[in-house]
Structure formats: C-alpha cells, structure tokens
Design a protein around this ligand. Sequence first.
Ligand SMILES: NC(=O)c1ccc[n+]([C@@H]2O[C@H](COP(=O)([O-])OP(=O)(O)OC[C@H]3O[C@@H](n4cnc5c(N)ncnc54)[C@H](O)[C@@H]3O)[C@@H](O)[C@H]2O)c1
Ligand SMILES: N[C@@H](CCC=O)C(=O)O
Length: 527
Amino acid sequence: MSFRLTYATMYDPPEAMHERFEAALARVSATLGARHGLFIDGRDVDAEHSSDRRAPFDNALHLGHFALADEADADRAMRAAQAAYPAWRATPVAERARLMRRVGDLLEERVYDIAAALVLEVGKNRMEALGEAQETVDFFRHYADDFESHAGYHHTLPDDPIEGVVSHNASVMRPYGVWVVIAPFNFPLALAGGPTAAALVTGNTVVVKGASDTPWAARLLADCIRDAGLPPGVFNYLSGSSREVGAALAQHPLVAGLTFTGSVAVGRQLMRQMAGGAWPRPCVAEMGGKNPCIVTEHADLDDAAAGIVRSAYGMSGQKCSALSRLYVHERVADALIQRLQQRIGALRIGDPRERDQWMGPVVNATAYGHYRQYIDELEAGGATVLAGGRRLGEGTGGPAELARGFFVEPTLAEAPLGHPLWQHEMFLPILTLHRVRDRDEAMRLANDTSMGLTAGFYGGADEVAWFHEHIEAGVTYANRPQGATTGAWPGYQPFGGWKGSGSTGKAIASFYYLAQYLREQSRTVVE
Ligand SMILES: NC(=O)c1ccc[n+]([C@@H]2O[C@H](COP(=O)([O-])OP(=O)(O)OC[C@H]3O[C@@H](n4cnc5c(N)ncnc54)[C@H](O)[C@@H]3O)[C@@H](O)[C@H]2O)c1
Ligand SMILES: N[C@@H](CCC=O)C(=O)O
C-alpha cells in the first residue's frame, strides 16, 4: 500500500516528505514579516489596526502583521455573504461540489507551505502540521462527495392516497443563509476549513473568524478559496479579537447558523445567543474534552504506553482529543508507569522546525502560566509528580534558547481522586493517573465528567464490547498504539463529542454531519 498521510500513519513518513517540508519551510520563512489582510466580498482588504505576531517557540521571530477586523468589517462581511446567498444556493450542487474539490486541490498543491506556516504559527511539529493541512484537503473532498452521494438530500415521497386528486410530495433540504464559522487556535486550518466546506457545499454562504492566536492559518485557507474562483461574498474571512469580532458575528442580525469549535464556556455562551433573538438558529458547537483511558490487567502494556504518550503529550496536550485522565488496574500500574516514564524521558522537546523535535511549545504566555499554576495545584493537593513538571529554559532545565519560547515538560502525576483538576480541561501536557481495583471502578471514574469527547481502552479482546457498551464518549479507540484518544481522520473516524463536548450528537465528517447545515422543506403540490 502506498503511503497515505493520516494522524495514524504520521509516525513513519517517507523521507521525501521531510525533504519537501524543509524546502517549504525555507520558502515560507523568507516571507516572514508580511502584512496579512482580511478577505471580504471577493477582495483582500486591510484593516485600520493589525497585530504583530511572534512564534510561540521564539519570541524574537516575527511572523507578520495580521489585520484586526472591527465591528464594521464584521458587518460588511455579513452583508456581503447575505447578498451572495441567493445565487449561491441556486448554484447547481455539481458546480458547488466542483468548486469545493478545486479548493481541496489548491490546498493540496500548497500543503507543504501551509504546513510550514502552521509549524511557525501554532508551534506543532511538522508531521502534525502536514496532517492538519492534508486533513483540510480531505474535508473539502469528503463533503463534496458526501453531498453528491445524498443527491442533495432530495427525496420524492408517495402521492397522497386521495381518490380523484393527484397530490405530489417531496422532502427537500435547503440551506439556512449566512453561516458563521469560529475556529480554535489548535487546529486553525482544519477546523475553519471543515465547517466552511460543509456550509458552502450545502448552499450556505460563510463568514469565518480565525482564532486570535493563530490568524495566519485561516488566511491561507482564504487564499485557496479566493484562487478557486468562488463568487464574491460567498466566503469571507476575518481575523481579530474574540470579544469584538467573534461577538459581533454571533450577534449579527443576519447570522442564520454558526459552527463554533473551542472551549465549553464560550460554546455554551454562543449556544445561548443563537437560541435567543427573533427565532432560534442552529449552533453546531464542538467543545472541550477531559478524555479518559482505561488500562485493565489484560492490556498489552507496550501498546498502551505508546498510545498514552502520543495522546497525552502530542501537540503539547493541546488537542480537544488529548488524553488527560488515566485509570489503570493496580496490578499493572507500576509496570505501566515505568514504561511511561521511559517514553516520556525519551521525548524530544524543542524548536518544532527541527525534524527531530517531537513536542513544541504551548501556544502563549497564558498557557505557559497555567502550566506552572496547575503543577503547583497538583502538588499542593497531594499529587505525586512521576515525570516532568518543569517549564524549560528558565534555569530549571533544558537549553537556554528554550527560554525564548513557551516550552514545558510532559508531565505525569498520580493524583488523589478528589483533586479539582480531574474535572478541569487543562489543555496542556499534563496527565493524571489513578490506580483502580477493577474495570468497573475505572469505568465509573472515566464517566465521572461533564464531557464526553474521546476515550481510550487497553485490555483483553473480550473486554472491548464491555468498553463500548459503557463508555460515555463520542469517539472511542481500543488497543490502539497510534493514539489512546487522539488521531481521528475524515472518512475513517467520525469525530464529535457527547455530553458537554458537543451540542448535536452528530460527528464531524460523519454520515449525518451535512444535514445539520440544512433545513427541511416538505413540499406538497396538487395537480
Ligand atoms: N470538539 C472539538 O472538535 C474541538 C477541536 C479543537 C479544539 N476544541 C476545544 O477548543 C478549546 C481550545 O481552543 P481555544 O483556546 O481557541 O478556545 P476558545 O473557546 O478560547 O476560542 C475559540 C474561538 O472562539 C473565539 N471566541 C472566544 N470568545 C468568544 C466570544 N465571546 N464570542 C465569539 N467568539 C469567541 C476565539 O477567538 C476563537 O476563535 C479547548 O477547549 C478544546 O478542547 C474542541
Ligand atoms: N481531530 C483531532 C483533534 C482535533 C481537536 O483538537 C484528533 O482526533 O486528535
């Protein structure tokens, strides 16, 4: 089988990927410092103010000036999208799907350069970055194929059983109008691109707001959409402050639907806003995780250790799917801890531009501050730190140049069950562990959370059905060394949360996803 990049295959890429990435990194680095504008009504436009962004791994590395949209820009983008909506919804499905595939092709042509920008902006390693760029390509293709395969969700129904009258019936799914997409910092391309592709192919027009910390990624998406030749106004891109631009979009009178990916607190606030107003509007909210993994006494501990380390510390723990709670049978706990400590000790932490660095920095000074605070809270609350626990480059460990970035150590801590951090999404490379007496105790604890995004399991083959039956999570993995709780890919693992992790119960890239961007119209016509 030829190599196909997904988050499950990214650990062993062909050499050529590295060579192409290195070349792209040199190209993109040569452009640093440029000005990046907004994209409204088919035009690149500047804003009065801009923010100066720096790399999270080196505060001396200036990435560029990124436009800061204001409320007036948000209003212009919403109006442009509204004006473009009638013609876009009337565009034949095949043409919309063709344009989505064209965007996918352009993203794929630029996949290495985009990945280089993601490394520089987010601080993720190159394989994670290439993965995110390729995942975005796949979202555009997947949703184009999916919508066409459903024939636009148009169903002819039986005529009414009335004698002497011919009454034709149909169910038709129709778009809502202007769809706002608000993306998080950690997958700023894929989680702007996926919902955009879904909203556009189904006939909505779109206004995207990139995350405040990572505006570059969605701007690169905007470039591909612009170059694919979508009509003006169909897609608009804004960068700017959450409070000003995000809130202005969500409260705008023209917003017909919204997809938010981000924290639970903001997601729930937006859900309330979308439910208010003159009528309730749909809000697809993909929110946080507090993802558990259960290891029973029958587990393969080497597979478990590999998957746990990848999921707890990959991208510095800054994935909604990251593993943060580990429940391990007391009989195998010491053996597993020893394997985890070995693997954690071998992880390379540093400048993510370098091929061998596996873990880059955390995203900003706030996250860096939270890391110290959480480690202090864990220790004060009676936890034992079994690995990590330090910020690097401040005289406490690691090379001095790491002090120019937000580098921290991957941390494993055995924590008392009552500790509040068992319930709080830290979004950092901190994993807490608890020894359990049996698998039922593990399951009870795993489900003792208001969230339900992903969950992992390592145990006997005959225990897997039990795990699936009882675990309260939307995305599950059993006995998977490639990742205990992370690594879903469009077309392979639908991705969506239960409980507080998601508002709809329908997963990204699932059979049911696109229908959320459509409203049903029942049509009865009497001849
Ligand atoms: N379930 C998923 O698929 C998924 C995927 C990725 C990230 N996440 C979650 O995202 C969070 C991390 O991302 P983050 O720190 O960027 O989240 P965040 O909630 O701080 O911000 C997400 C986006 O919302 C915007 N925003 C913030 N306040 C707003 C407001 N009042 N009105 C409108 N927009 C507002 C931000 O600018 C950003 O673009 C974590 O909780 C993580 O679990 C979930
Ligand atoms: N799709 C990614 C997570 C995205 C959220 O941050 C995964 O499955 O690991």
